[in-house]
Design a protein around this ligand. Structure first.
Ligand code: ADP
Ligand code: TRP
Length: 332
């Protein structure tokens, strides 16, 4: 029996951090391991091109992101992992779909709207710095999803609007040509937001992240930067009100958590609490870090894995694109 298709895109914009791992990477890998879906996870390099215009950075981010997923446990035999730009069929699909996309949807898409509002607030022309890639990006995202007849799309809550747009595009297209495209369902991966060093949501935009693969010393240094209050070491502390404890929970067993909670209540120095946090995070990342460094030292191996994925997808992509082109009369 064929399984439903689950697909998600990973935009390469820098080394993933603990928030990305716990909120997106870990659940996606668990989903693939559950064997309920035929999973396709791809590196969305053309999406990054909307903002990243430095060639060295672009290729570095693609490798960093691919190496992160592979070293955190993604099995390329179970998941088809590929580079978006290796499938030109997506670009053809992008154009076809854009001819069925209401311009108004793009005007309302949040990434574009936020940029344009920031320009207006700063008294600049509303389109300053806005390229057509940023403006039309929800169509490309729809093409990424629809070209494989995807059923389920795991995404962060901020992406729900884009899935809704993809569904609207399916309706417009199918209203003309019949049931050709498949309407995808979104699945919000995680409601839990991992806090960053300053207590706000961990995000690259806030520069408060703990990147996944730092040398041990650097990891320790970052953890030492976590914001704390000025209570003296002997003062009892509330684990429920501590950023250190919040992060600790994600990397420890119930028993470890009970022990640390008791130590908090007896009185723990913030330096000691941070050392405990470092220990569990470092233990969790030690093996993946070794694998990550191995892969990053051998980008040809990453290329090989991504190409293997693209080879699996290409025939499906071509076959479906032909069907779509036939529906429109572009091919008769
Ligand atoms: P960033 O905010 O650092 O730029 P992205 O927007 O690229 O992160 O997020 C990529 C994925 O990681 C999304 O699915 C998002 O929901 C998830 N994610 C990002 N930050 C967090 C966080 N602090 N906690 C949980 N999930 C997160
Ligand atoms: N836009 C998504 C993000 O910023 C990445 C992405 C691109 C994606 N194409 C996709 C996600 C298709 C799911 C499906 O995180």
């Amino acid at each position: 029996m064929t399984k439903p298709i689950c697909l998600t895109g990973i935009k390469p914009t820098g080394m993933p951090h603990l928030g990305n791992y716990l909120g997106a990477i870990k659940p996606a890998i668990e989903m693939a391991n559950s064997n309920q879906y035929d999973c396709f996870y791809f590196i969305a390099d053309y999406h990054s091109l909307t903002t990243i215009h430095q060639p060295k950075l672009m290729s570095q981010y693609v490798y960093e992101v691919a190496a992160t997923w592979l070293s955190m446990g993604l099995d390329p035999e179970k998941v088809t992992i590929y580079r978006q730009s290796d499938l030109p069929q997506i670009m053809e699909m992008n154009w076809i779909l854009s001819c069925f996309t209401a311009k108004g949807h793009m005007n309302r898409a949040h990434a574009y709207k936020a940029l344009s509002q920031a320009n207006i607030d700063a008294g600049r022309d509303s389109d300053q710095g806005v390229n057509m890639g940023i403006y039309g990006y929800p169509v490309l995202m729809a093409a990424d999803i629809l070209f494989l007849r995807t059923n389920l799309v795991p995404v962060g809550a901020d992406q729900l609007q884009h899935i809704e747009i993809a569904r609207e595009i399916v309706s417009s297209f199918n209203a003309v040509y019949g049931e050709v495209l498949v309407a995808p369902e979104a699945m919000v991966q995680s409601e839990t937001l991992i806090p960053g060093l300053d207590g706000r949501k961990m995000s690259k935009s806030y520069q408060n992240t703990i990147p996944l693969f730092l040398p041990e010393k650097k990891l320790q240094k970052l953890i030492n930067k976590i914001k704390t209050d000025s209570l003296p070491p002997e003062a009892p502390k509330d684990p429920a009100d501590s950023l250190i404890f919040d992060l600790y929970k994600f990397f420890s067993t119930k028993q470890q958590q009970d022990e640390l909670a008791a130590w908090f209540k007896r009185g723990i120095g913030w330096g000691e609490a941070k050392a405990e946090l470092f220990k569990v995070i470092n233990a969790g990342l030690e093996q993946p870090r070794a694998r990550y460094e191995e892969l990053m030292a051998n980008p040809k191996e990453i290329d090989r894995i991504l190409e293997m994925g693209a080879e699996k997808v290409r025939p499906k992509a071509q076959e479906f694109l032909t069907k779509v082109k036939k529906a429109t009369g572009i091919i008769c």
